[in-house]
Write a protein that binds this ligand. Structure first.
Ligand SMILES: Cc1cc2nc3c(=O)[nH]c(=O)nc-3n(C[C@H](O)[C@H](O)[C@H](O)COP(=O)(O)OP(=O)(O)OC[C@H]3O[C@@H](n4cnc5c(N)ncnc54)[C@H](O)[C@@H]3O)c2cc1C
Length: 396
């Protein structure tokens, strides 16, 4: 049975990445359908923190995050108030002299690439954020980093795509895809010239051979305490343990919401695939937060939840044609930066489909870099890859 007339592009997965891809393709005049199993923006997009952040772990990561950040600044004007876009800036906090030297290096590197930032002394830091613990050495302020409410953005992008003619099929699970067609759980089949796989951490349900693993995270949200912190606060401490291969880690990461609430993160776990809260991880995360913000211990938490990032071995997403199926494009594996990089991902996908160059080089993100895995029928082989870089805790 055929559910609809052939479209140019079928996007499987209505998280922020799929919704952004649907919007970017609809804007090109393509006939688009966006397929979502549950509720638009209900996967990792609803579980994430919504920190739109420039990162510098690699040149490719920097290019994608910085390009995205510029796209976010442009999109901000079209977003509804529910998207809660605010340019808060990130304070990367140095707890000792070694971390401050890292902040200085980061500042120099960003400044050379025209990313607005400046160093704060200990006094300046405590004036900016009086609730921080005494004794911190200083910080790097990255000015254009911002905060959004991701599920509202995903919904807005999907609606903007719909206004341009895209079909939204919500509550329909994709059961198979590839070779120019998609099968749905109600038995329908939909043909399409191109299919975009944007199912986040669930992408491996339909393509178990992809080099993607689930990486669990916990977040806590507090009651309303307006002004308790003003910037996104992240510790620089991860730099010292950057080569640790431990599977579980926590880092201090606190975000002020427009509502006056605080989001407290963050944790990272490989191999924990159940949705429940892991009490020891939660306790470690809160202890870390209390070390940096002692008064946080007096605040009321109202909810704790978990979500799954889609991690790849080299910490870069998979964006572009599948190595074996020319009808399939991958837009997955965004790990802890998929809110930030959703917009750039969508532009790269639309550029590929429109056959034009992109604003940044696309090669670092092409799935072909893992072609030896894609073409290997041994689906367990991905676990034998070098995941040590994915194990590095980037604090986000
Ligand atoms: C705790 C935590 C904190 C984070 N903080 C940040 C942050 O501050 N900044 C940042 O940039 N990123 C952050 N991230 C990462 C970010 O949330 C993700 O990278 C991003 O949401 C991925 O979006 P996505 O659209 O690829 O995946 P998802 O949002 O998971 O969307 C995939 C969609 O596919 C649907 N789907 C699955 N299977 C099927 C099927 N068979 N048929 C149809 N639909 C299907 C799902 O229902 C889902 O809606 C965080 C993640 C976590 C877990």
């Amino acid at each position: 049975m055929t559910a609809a007339a052939a479209c140019d592009v079928l996007v499987a997965g209505g998280g922020i990445v799929g919704a952004a891809c649907a919007f970017a393709c609809a804007r090109e005049g393509m006939r688009v359908a966006l397929l979502e199993r549950d509720v638009l923006g209900s996967g990792a997009t609803a579980a994430g923190m919504g920190h739109v952040v420039v990162m510098d772990d690699s040149d490719a990561q920097f290019a994608l995050t910085r390009y995205s950040q510029q796209l976010w600044r442009r999109l901000a004007e079209q977003l509804p108030p529910a998207a809660e876009y605010e340019q808060r800036g990130t304070l990367w906090i140095a707890a000792d002299r070694e971390e401050m030297e890292a902040a200085e290096r980061k500042c120099e590197w960003y400044s050379a690439r025209s990313v607005p930032c400046r160093l704060l002394t200990a006094d300046e830091l405590s004036r900016e954020e009086p609730n921080l613990a005494p004794g911190l050495v200083g910080a790097l302020l990255v000015i254009e980093d911002s905060v959004v409410y991701p599920p509202a953005v995903a919904l807005s992008l999907a609606r903007q795509a719909q206004q341009l003619g895209a079909s939204l099929l919500v509550g329909r699970a994709v059961t198979a895809l590839g070779e120019g067609h998609v099968a749905l759980d109600d038995g329908c089949e939909m043909p399409a010239s191109r299919i975009v796989l944007a199912m986040g951490a669930d992408s491996t349900q339909l393509r178990p051979d992809l080099p993607v693993r689930k990486r669990k995270g916990h977040l806590v949200i507090t009651d309303r305490y307006p002004g308790f912190v003003r910037h996104q606060l992240v510790e620089l401490g991860y730099l010292k343990s950057a080569h640790s291969l431990t599977a579980d880690s926590v880092a201090f990461n606190v975000q002020p919401r427009q509502t006056g609430q605080l989001l407290i993160g963050s944790s990272r776990q490989f191999g924990a695939e159940h949705q429940g809260v892991d009490q020891p991880i939660l306790a470690a995360m809160l202890a870390r937060a209390t070390k940096y913000l002692p008064a946080i211990a007096r605040l009321s938490a109202i909810r704790v939840w978990t979500g799954f990032r889609a991690a790849t071995p080299d910490k870069l997403p998979l964006i572009g044609p599948d190595a074996n199926d020319p009808s399939l494009l991958l837009a997955t594996g965004h790990e802890g930066l998929g809110i930030t990089t959703s917009l750039a991902t969508a532009e790269l996908i639309a550029d590929m489909l429109a056959g034009r160059q992109s604003a940044i080089p696309r090669e670092p993100y092409l799935p072909a870099r893992f072609a030896h895995i894609d073409s290997n029928p041994n689906k367990e082989d991905k676990h034998e890859m070098d995941w040590s870089h994915a194990g590095v805790d980037d604090g986000i």
